[in-house]
Design a protein around this ligand. Structure first.
Ligand SMILES: Cc1cc2nc3c(=O)[nH]c(=O)nc-3n(C[C@H](O)[C@H](O)[C@H](O)COP(=O)(O)OP(=O)(O)OC[C@H]3O[C@@H](n4cnc5c(N)ncnc54)[C@H](O)[C@@H]3O)c2cc1C
Length: 292
């Protein structure tokens, strides 16, 4: 199986990378819908796409299935996510070996969210405690892996302070992470401040902003409550004024994201990662808006 180019090489060869995030659908109907979405997205030629990793066995199989589909059928460079949740070291090494043998060279490396119904992360017996430990394990197993890690411009919800969180982020990079993708944010000032704080701490790797075009106020409130990101008052007021009309909400969400991305690209961000929720429309409209 041919090995993928690493995202580090892509950063070196191009000014602004565009990447998209998918999540594994629940069933075969969802996989078929994803196939159609991905086919439609081919024309905007993302530099890479990523596939999230859930907490249960069946969703994990779908991550593998969807990653293969996107890589082999659609032809994208795929970065599967991997987490420490519910895995011991031997299992993680085995997943790493399978991914490597499958030609994957890029992995989004995370501690992971606790499974549904649990509030606290509990490491598996002989499992790993932090994202940093998984970075170290993967790098020791396959030094040619290019690893991304998560960064939290508004602090990870469990961290006692932003300073502590930044120290932990630095530890992930020192363990071998090649780049950081941020949690979603809606105010670019938050990203620029975070990049400054990372640089001041000696974190030198690319920091890719994660952008989510809003699809519904209810959904985005749920996400931001979960991850601690702030929804600007101006955006909330616009979304509230749109009421229950999904098309208007979507248009507002896309316009907001477009303004964010234009500014990020102009100010030299290394790329932008779109949380597209398995939908083609926002990414296609954004690409058209950026090309205009
Ligand atoms: C780009 C991106 C993609 C994601 N994809 C997925 C996915 O596919 N599946 C999924 O389940 N979740 C995903 N998440 C969510 C992520 O799993 C959660 O945010 C999780 O709670 C933290 O993961 P992490 O790897 O950042 O954790 P870590 O870096 O391990 O940090 C977790 C917490 O522990 C603290 N910490 C770290 N090291 C230490 C230490 N040595 N001592 C004390 N405290 C420490 C940190 O400050 C932080 O508060 C994603 C997040 C991002 C930003």
């Amino acid at each position: 199986m041919t090995a993928d180019r690493t995202i580090s090489e892509l950063f070196a060869s191009k000014r602004t990378l565009r990447s998209l995030e998918f999540f594994p659908p629940k069933d075969e109907t969802g996989v078929e819908a994803l196939r159609q979405t991905a086919t439609a997205l081919k024309r905007i030629t993302p530099d890479f796409v990523s596939v999230t990793y859930g907490a249960g066995g069946s969703t994990r199989e779908r991550t593998a299935q969807v990653s293969r589909l996107l890589r082999e059928e659609i032809g994208f460079t795929v970065m599967p996510h991997l987490t420490c949740v519910g895995h011991n070291r031997a299992e993680l090494e085995s997943v790493a070996d399978q991914l490597h043998a499958g030609g994957y060279r890029n992995i989004m490396t995370l501690r992971g969210d606790p499974p549904k119904g649990q509030t606290e992360f509990v490491p598996d017996q002989d499992g790993l405690r932090y994202g940093r430990d998984l970075v170290a394990l993967l790098k020791a197993r396959h030094p040619d892996f290019c690893l991304g890690v998560g960064g939290y411009p508004e602090k990870h919800p469990e961290a006692p302070s932003l300073e502590a969180d930044l120290d932990h982020l630095k530890a992930k990079v020192d363990a071998g992470a090649a780049f950081i993708t941020t949690q979603l944010f809606f105010d670019n000032a938050v990203y620029y401040r975070f990049v400054g704080q990372c640089r001041a701490r000696g974190i030198a790797v690319p920091i890719v902003p994660g952008i989510m075009p809003v699809l519904s106020l209810k959904q985005i409130r749920r996400f931001t409550d979960m991850c601690g990101a702030t929804l600007p008052g101006k955006l909330i007021r616009r979304l509230e004024a749109a009421g229950e009309t999904p098309e208007i909400v979507e248009t507002i969400g896309i316009e907001w994201a477009l303004t964010q991305i234009r500014d990020l690209v102009e100010r030299g961000a290394p790329g932008y990662h779109l949380y597209i929720m398995n939908r083609a429309k926002s990414a296609l409209t954004l690409a058209a808006g950026l090309a205009a």
